[in-house]
Ligand binder design. Sequence first.
Ligand SMILES: [Zn+2]
Length: 105
Amino acid sequence: MIKCSREKNLNFCGGCNEYPCEELKNFQRQMPHRAELWKAQSRIAEIGAAQWTDEMKAYFSCPECNASNTSYDLKCPKCGHIPGNGFAGNNREAIMAYLEEKMKS
Ligand SMILES: [Zn+2]
């Protein structure tokens, strides 16, 4: 996708006339941390990448201690707050299903 966006001189997939292409659809459904990819693309188009990045920094921070956490931090590793951030709270079931499946294999 990086190669594709460079060839088309695009900064993000949402600006492409082939959006959403099959490659992006396949990429999106592989991992739960990509659950909000479609929302992200439309938000970047709406407010620009810089402002969206600021929103994501806040969204991925713990609401209690402000630690920056990952998509998979259902519980903040620093202070124990549940969820570890807004994303983990909004996608709890998909993340849990993914982690449980991963434990089996
Ligand atoms: Zn915390």
